[in-house]
Each structure stands twice: as structure tokens, then as C-alpha cells.
Design a protein around this ligand. Structure first.
Ligand SMILES: [Zn+2]
Length: 253
């Protein structure tokens, strides 16, 4: 049951046809682990907290630097040098005091990822390198945790939503970790790009937690791409890859 304060705070969620009070109750009972509190993680964390996801994990091993603030909008100038996990916690606490926030200033590794992710309903992958994206993909397949994954560079970005056993995974789209991919430290990135992509990851998490998502009949997924130079969106259908490591999960779903 929602309190009067919750009914008022989340009124615009509750009014959405098909969402209602039951959708809000599901969000408040739900949990999301956000890995990376940079550009993608900033916008994802702000919208997940504002929407009322009851428990958020905030994971980042870094401290805040001046060059982060052009895009990492969950942080503020007076927190330079502070742990990004702690800084995000302060912002989200002020935004929505009723949530449970669990912070960790750690690096996610193959050893700790399974324990970490199996304690949450959903993972938002918001890291800045392919090694971490593949590690998170594989750990989420292992513990069957749904996740959103995104990448950004300069004026462009992509996003995928994965439910292990019910959609293709990141390796279905990119079977082997690409090497030599330029980073935002080399080619830059406009802050609004991770703003858009991180918001999409939050949207994927919210619609899943609220029970609004249904798997495609053919088990396909999609890659959403935005090109900020032409201001164009593209949705590319992604079929399952039968030789992918995620294939063994299909038959038991
Ligand atoms: Zn796969």
C-alpha cells in the first residue's frame, strides 16, 4: 500500500495507463545495481531514484575529477576528489530520501560480480570500456539478472536491453571483445549523449520492474542507436545467435 506522500510524489507515474499504483508498488519493491557513476550512470541513477526504485546499488571505484563534470550530472563541483559512489548517494538522498542506497567504491571483477548482481532485480551497465561490458554481460547471464548496457563516443551512442534466456545478449551482437576502440578520453563525448543513453537504460529498467515488458515471440532483441550529428535514431532488430554462450539459457525459459 502506498502512503499519501508516495501517492503524491509518484502521481505522474501512477497516472500512466497500465502503470497505476501496482506499477509503483513494484518499483518501490524493486532493486537496481548501477555499475559506473559517470555520464551514463548519472542520468540512469537520477531517473531511477526519482521514479522510486526502492533499492539502488551505486558502484564506482573512481573519485570525482574536474573534467567529469561536463557530463556526469549527478555530481557537483564542491565534491571534487570525493568517491563517485558517495557523491551520487548524496545527490540521490536529497532527491528522494525514502530509498535504500547501497554504495561501494570497488571495481567489479569476475570474482565479485555474481554475488553483487544476484542481490538485485536489474543491473544498469554504465562503464566506459568493453572489458567491463563483457564481464557484466557474462556475470548477468550466469546469475540470470536482466540488464541494460550502453556505449557512447563523441556524438553517438547505442543501448541494448537483455533478459537472460528471453532475449539475445551483448555477445549475440558483438561476439568477441573489440580491441583498440577509441575512448571518450581520446575522441571526447558531448554530455547530452550519455544523458540520453543513460535515460534509456533507466527506462528499460523501470518498464521491466513495473511489469510492462513482454518478450518478442521470436526471442529477438534490438540495438537502439542515436546519431547526435544527424539527430537520427535507429532500431536494429537483433536475432539470437545460436552459437552464443547465452543459447544454453533459451530452452529453460
Ligand atoms: Zn548471446
Amino acid at each position: 500500500m502506498l502512503s499519501q506522500e508516495q501517492r503524491e510524489r509518484y502521481q505522474r507515474n501512477i497516472l500512466i495507463p497500465g502503470f497505476g499504483e501496482s506499477g509503483q508498488e513494484r518499483l518501490l519493491d524493486g532493486s537496481v545495481c548501477i555499475v559506473g557513476l559517470g555520464g551514463l550512470g548519472s542520468s540512469a541513477a537520477l531517473y531511477l531514484a526519482a521514479a522510486g526504485v526502492g533499492r539502488l546499488g551505486l558502484i564506482d571505484s573512481d573519485t570525482l575529477e574536474l573534467s567529469n563534470l561536463q557530463r556526469q550530472v549527478v555530481h557537483t563541483t564542491d565534491r571534487l576528489g570525493m568517491s563517485k559512489a558517495r557523491s551520487a548517494e548524496m545527490t540521490l538522498r536529497a532527491l528522494n530520501p525514502g530509498l535504500t542506497l547501497q554504495t561501494a567504491q570497488i571495481r567489479v571483477t569476475a570474482e565479485n560480480a555474481g554475488d553483487l548482481f544476484s542481490a538485485y532485480d536489474f543491473v544498469v551497465e554504465a562503464t566506459d570500456n568493453f572489458a567491463a561490458k563483457f564481464l557484466i554481460n557474462d556475470a548477468c547471464l550466469e546469475c540470470r539478472t536482466p540488464f541494460a548496457t550502453a556505449g557512447i563516443l563523441a556524438l553517438a551512442g547505442q543501448m541494448m536491453f537483455v533478459v537472460p534466456g528471453k532475449t539475445p545478449c551483448l555477445r549475440c551482437a558483438v561476439p568477441v571483445e573489440p580491441l583498440g576502440v577509441p575512448t571518450t578520453g581520446e575522441l571526447g563525448v558531448l554530455g547530452a549523449v550519455p544523458g540520453v543513453l543513460g535515460s534509456l537504460e533507466a527506462l528499460a529498467a523501470i518498464r521491466f520492474l513495473a511489469g510492462l515488458w513482454k518478450p518478442a515471440a521470436d526471442g529477438s532483441g534490438a540495438v537502439l542507436s542515436v546519431d547526435g550529428e544527424s539527430l537520427r535514431w535507429r532500431t536494429t532488430r537483433l536475432p539470437r545467435n545460436p552459437s552464443c554462450r547465452c543459447a544454453m539459457l533459451w530452452s529453460i525459459s
